[in-house]
Design a protein around this ligand. Sequence first.
Ligand code: NAG
Ligand code: NAG
Ligand code: NAG
Ligand code: NAG
Ligand code: NAG
Ligand code: NAG
Ligand code: NAG
Ligand code: NAG
Length: 506
Amino acid sequence: MTCFILLCFYLCLGLLPVRTSAAVNEDIEVLVILPKNNSYIFSLARVTPAIEYARQKLKIPGGLYSGLNFNMRYEDSGCGNDALFSLVDRSCEKKPDLVLGPVCEYAAAPVVRMASHWNIPVISAGALASGYRDKDKEYTHLTRISPSYLKMAETFAAMFHHFNWKEALLIFDDDKEERNCYFTVEGVHIKLMDQYHISPVVINSKDEHVNADDLIKLIYESEVVIMCAGADIVRDIMLAAHRRRLTNGSYIFFNIELFNNTSYGNGSWKRGDKYDNEARQAYSALNTVTLLRTVKPEFENFSLEVKRSIQKAGLPDCENCDNINMFVEGFHDALVLYALALHEAIRNGFTKKDGAEITNRMWNRTFEGIAGQVSLDFYGDRYGDFSVMSMTNPEAGTYETVCNYFGVNESFQMLPGFNPEHFTLKGRHRITHTDLPDKSSGGLGVSAVTGIIVGSLLGTALLMAFYFFRKNYRITIERRTTREECDIGKHRQLREDSIRSNFSAA
Ligand SMILES: *[C@@H]1O[C@H](CO)[C@@H](O)[C@H](O)[C@H]1NC(C)=O
Ligand SMILES: *[C@@H]1O[C@H](CO)[C@@H](O)[C@H](O)[C@H]1NC(C)=O
Ligand SMILES: *[C@@H]1O[C@H](CO)[C@@H](O)[C@H](O)[C@H]1NC(C)=O
Ligand SMILES: *[C@@H]1O[C@H](CO)[C@@H](O)[C@H](O)[C@H]1NC(C)=O
Ligand SMILES: *[C@@H]1O[C@H](CO)[C@@H](O)[C@H](O)[C@H]1NC(C)=O
Ligand SMILES: *[C@@H]1O[C@H](CO)[C@@H](O)[C@H](O)[C@H]1NC(C)=O
Ligand SMILES: *[C@@H]1O[C@H](CO)[C@@H](O)[C@H](O)[C@H]1NC(C)=O
Ligand SMILES: *[C@@H]1O[C@H](CO)[C@@H](O)[C@H](O)[C@H]1NC(C)=O
């Protein structure tokens, strides 16, 4: 008996140091760099309540992370160079221990480079471009808490494999500024180009009228058409395709719309004009790839709290500001993930200044996020889950999710609305490209311009892409010289905006 009590006593003594060291006390300076302008769905006003919610939850007394004291500092990044200026200005007196953001591709690149150089972890729910996957050299301290465009593209790779498609036409609207569609489609291109015949077509609806009939000619030569453009342009293209009977099953159409759920699904064909009926028929051939949304019980409280706090702030210029989107969730999860990693690092004898160590502990791990499980791959990029939506009732023109793709185990889940016929190419012979790959200078013209624009902005990572562009890539599009000159003018301008260009000498 005495023996047992003694044993207990020693056991307790043995456990004691572990228990006291469980919670660690630390002050952490966090710099949040996001745009103030509420026309961005990841503006400060929308994301701040989510970060504050995470902070409150981590502080709950008795919790493992209650000793972590986060001092938040919120700065306007705009969507360009201001982000870097914010980081540098805020770091003059004292460097932050953690940077959250930026989201915009061009804002994120210099910030992540600078922070990596300073050994500061950066977690972003954006920076989705493929160039950021280069974690070895340029973006060593970047953790991406939302699925990148390359992860999205896996959905297409899996479908191409599954349905045995061979050709894709990528139509994207490039505004030459934030270039969201450009980067979206770039991911698909990189993912598919090794195995399939891919032809990209760029349009620019901001600067010129888009003639859908011109695009139709290119569709004839393809099998799968993948679009990234505004809702009106997608509708114009679908109408034109329908008039040429290309929606009869011989071609498969997709649009990629990850964030704006008002522009796809039920009623997206409807405009109240005389083309509605035709558009409804056309859209029966159109599928949408979007983010898979999950919720769990805790999400309800989170969502209510975020909405409440935004309503309390009473933002006049903020339409639908209380919609919870991927970015809002992502930045919440970012703080949680950092707390996990920091706590672990400190308990293993490191400090908050060991940015590389903390970053490493955030990668290759799975944890509970606010909307479900979050899994990061070996390179600190989140695995993505995506949904494919199709029109399941052509009479009513209503949409349903027909299948889901899970990035973490690379598997499809077919839902009851799924009809394999809908994804099977019908009634035509395969186009055989005997002349592939074509290394003629004509093809190189366009691809080189594209390559240079990307490379100049995102650095070495895309050198590889450029290399493949040159190697494997046959361009089937003739471009007017005026347009090309225009592109080159813009490309120069973009290059001067960037910190460093790998192609300026090329
Ligand atoms: C916010 O951005 C939109 C679109 O980019 C622009 O039209 C608007 O003027 C901006 N608002 C402010 C206050 O800068
Ligand atoms: C879009 O998503 C928001 C929340 O994320 C939801 O409240 C809204 O109803 C959705 N709209 C449509 C048209 O599905
Ligand atoms: C979403 O799509 C709708 C319909 O196309 C459009 O009116 C709206 O401006 C878009 N919203 C954003 C934030 O892009
Ligand atoms: C959310 O949960 C917290 C405590 O867990 C509670 O104080 C708060 O009232 C809840 N919010 C809502 C809107 O239910
Ligand atoms: C990733 O984590 C798993 C277990 O969580 C481990 O077995 C594996 O070795 C890790 N991989 C790398 C590359 O660190
Ligand atoms: C579209 O409408 C149909 C019928 O009203 C409904 O069953 C379906 O769930 C809706 N789909 C979406 C994605 O809202
Ligand atoms: C893949 O993962 C998802 C989500 O974690 C799960 O629902 C699904 O059953 C998994 N599929 C397979 C084949 O393991
Ligand atoms: C669909 O239309 C295209 C173009 O008019 C034609 O080449 C193809 O054979 C048709 N396919 C079917 C299944 O009717």
